[in-house]
Design a protein around this ligand. Structure first.
Ligand SMILES: Cc1ncc(COP(=O)(O)O)c(C=O)c1O
Length: 367
């Protein structure tokens, strides 16, 4: 038995992608598998996504692109992040499409020895304030410059929404800034210029933003981009974080558990020790503020979460040592979703699964 494991149901990723592809059609589905597939494992997630109908994949770093190709994953691949000169070489050798927004980057690409046939997407910053140019004329000049280099391929025009999850009105304003440039570039460079803007929240909530392709990350893993219930969108979570009861012991009133004695029993009870802690991604801020599932019921985490262990109050009738513990996922009729941790921690579900540490082995149930 492993001390802790992240079980990833690849059939769930496949089904989530099939659902998103159905919703987005005729727009293509690009599955975002950056940050090791939001903690699920980029290579298996990418394969499951393709099986579910994702015709594109996207990553944020050149190294992520190279790892997918090294694993034998083919098909269109978009490298969405900013690139240093060294990373550009890695991305091009991985046959990833790259993103630019300045003419100077086009010149660097045009002169690059590995750039033959490279697909290039131009990014307009319509309100995210991160990558891309805010100046539609600069974006247009950049696109024209790409199109003027015979060995490059002007492949797409993109933007990214800042508030598709909680302020669709602002996302619609961003879309309204994007569309005039999209129309102008399509008129100049042809109708197959791929237009893409929507993330998961926009794909589900703003139909007119789907354009030629949607870039979905969080939703392909069955988590809710709105931080609520993924089932409301026909999505099922793919990841479960599981461990076991390594120790079960009685505790008397006045006795404490854990660093700082932040839990002192006020009645006789049984304490279970689960060998997983903040070194595995179970954040210390969940100390005394989180439930796990044991024997099909919720039991509270008590005391300070340490690097390698946490403790739970099992009550008067404890399960046996060795019993399965579910930290994220379902057991019996109970469920602790990643969204619950996110709410308790004041963060988003994305950070929960990305934060499951590399020392937790990923185990895959295949489609
Ligand atoms: C440029 C870009 N597009 C798409 C996505 C996917 O977003 P989501 O996971 O919300 O679907 C991301 C992720 O942050 C992104 O940075």
């Amino acid at each position: 038995m492993l001390r802790a494991v992240a079980r990833v149901d690849l059939a769930a990723v496949e089904r989530n992608c099939a659902e998103l592809a159905r919703v987005a059609a005729p727009a293509a589905l690009c599955a975002v598998v950056k940050a090791d597939g939001y903690g699920h494992g980029a290579v298996p997630a990418a394969r499951a996504a393709q099986a579910g109908g994702a015709s594109w994949l996207a990553v944020a770093t050149a190294d992520e692109a190279a790892r997918l190709r090294a694993a034998g994953i083919e098909g269109p691949l978009l490298m969405m992040g900013a690139l240093t000169a060294a990373e550009l070489t890695v991305a091009l050798r991985a046959r990833a499409d790259v993103v630019v927004w300045r003419e100077a980057s086009v010149a660097a690409l045009a002169a690059h020895p590995d750039a033959d046939g490279a697909g290039v997407h131009v990014k307009l910053d319509t309100g995210m304030g991160r990558l891309g140019t805010r100046d539609a004329r600069e974006a247009a000049h950049t696109a024209d410059a790409v199109a003027a280099v015979p060995r490059l391929r002007l492949a797409g025009l993109m933007t990214h929404f800042a508030t598709a999850d909680d302020d669709p009105g602002f996302a619609r304003e961003q879309l309204a800034r994007f569309l005039p440039l999209a129309d102008a570039l399509r008129a100049r460079h042809g109708g197959d210029l791929l237009l893409h803007a929507a993330n998961s929240a926009a794909t589900l909530g703003i139909p007119e933003s789907r354009l030629g392709m949607v870039r979905c990350g969080i939703a392909i893993y069955g988590m809710d981009p709105f931080g609520a219930d993924p089932a409301a969108h026909g999505l099922a979570p793919a990841l479960e974080l599981r461990s076991h009861l390594a120790e079960v012991k009685p505790i008397a009133p006045g006795e404490s558990v854990g660093y700082g004695r932040r839990f002192v029993a006020d009645a006789p009870t049984w304490i279970g020790t689960v060998p997983v802690g903040y070194g595995d991604g179970v954040r210390r801020a969940l100390s005394n503020d989180c439930d796990v599932l044991v024997g099909g019921r919720r039991v509270p985490v008590v005391g300070t979460i340490s690097m390698d262990n946490l403790t739970v109050d099992l009550g008067a009738e404890p399960p046996e040592r060795g019993a399965d513990v579910v930290l994220i996922g379902a057991q019996g009729g109970e469920r602790v979703p990643a969204e619950e941790w996110a709410r308790r921690l004041g963060t988003i579900n994305y950070e929960i699964t990305c934060g499951i540490a590399p020392r937790v082995p990923r185990q895959y149930a295949s489609p």
